[in-house]
Design a protein around this ligand. Structure first.
Ligand SMILES: [Zn+2]
Length: 273
């Protein structure tokens, strides 16, 4: 069976939930009391319309990473940095994740102008810190912008993944079981979109991909595949990382940990092979 052929789904292909490390159940605040101190207004020049605009950005040295999810989402001690990891030009509506906010070829520019700018009325972002809903609106707009300009699959994949992380962050700040279930379902949708886009990207693009090397992308895709119960694909990706001469030992360790988590997932779900 090929790496990305469809696995026989052992049961309804609902994503695996609660299979990662058991997190402490602490409801975090969406916006912490002094979040203002962790952010600042930064001015950017838009590579599409040439005008300047301001966005909130993190003061990176004021916060630190305290842990990491299996799909490499960092957990920070105070503020969720991903709320501030994207750019939207307030003038023309061109938008992308920070690292992907780059000049476009003329034909792509025209696509954004005709598909976004002509009807763009701004995202009405607050003057103070961003809530998750603000960040989610920004990322919905990025996904629309990516579609309009027919962005590379890798760019779409990372934007979907970032959206999944924001939905997870919001979920961690939510108490109502019904709201949590809704956020989990939305996160699962974006995990699915990201997994599909990463498969397409690996098939058609070269590395580094959005700044990440091949084995790191393989690792992320392995975890997304695991969450979608595509265990055969995930095991094959992990094997590639473990035998790779290019993968650093830290990534190999994470890949082996992921393999252990998957063995547990399979046991829990009663899947035998
Ligand atoms: Zn602009």
């Amino acid at each position: 069976m090929g790496l990305f052929s469809k696995n026989k789904a052992p049961e309804a292909p609902a994503p695996v939930k609660q299979v990662e490390e058991v997190k402490e159940v602490v409801i975090r605040d969406e916006i912490i009391a002094n979040e203002e101190e962790y952010i600042f207004d930064k001015t950017f020049e838009c590579p599409l319309c040439g005008k300047s605009f301001k966005m909130k950005k993190m003061r990176i040295n004021k916060d630190r990473v305290i842990s990491q999810d299996t799909d490499l989402r960092n957990i920070y001690s105070k503020v969720d940095h991903y709320k501030y990891g994207a750019l939207v030009c307030a003038r023309c509506g061109y938008a992308a994740l920070d690292d992907m906010f780059k000049p476009l070829a003329k034909s792509r520019k025209d696509m954004v102008v005709n598909g976004i700018s002509v009807s763009f009325e701004g995202l009405d972002l607050p003057n103070g810190p961003y809530s998750y809903d603000d960040a989610i609106r920004i990322h919905e707009h990025i996904n629309k912008c990516n579609d309009v300009r027919e962005a590379k699959a890798s760019e779409k994949a990372f934007s979907y993944l970032r959206m999944a992380w924001l939905l997870r962050g919001k979920n961690e700040c939510t108490e109502s079981p019904k709201a949590k279930a809704g956020l989990q379902a939305k996160e699962d949708e974006y995990i699915t979109k990201a997994q599909e886009a990463f498969v397409e990207a690996i098939g058609n693009e070269t590395f580094p991909m959005c700044g990440l090397d091949e084995q790191t992308v393989n690792y992320i895709l392995a975890d997304l595949s695991r969450k979608l119960l595509k265990f055969n694909d995930a095991f094959q990706l992990i094997s590639r990382i473990v035998v790779s001469n290019a993968a650093p030992s830290r990534l190999k360790d994470k890949a082996r940990d992921l393999r252990d988590i998957m063995e547990e997932d399979k046991k829990r779900l009663g899947i035998e092979e």
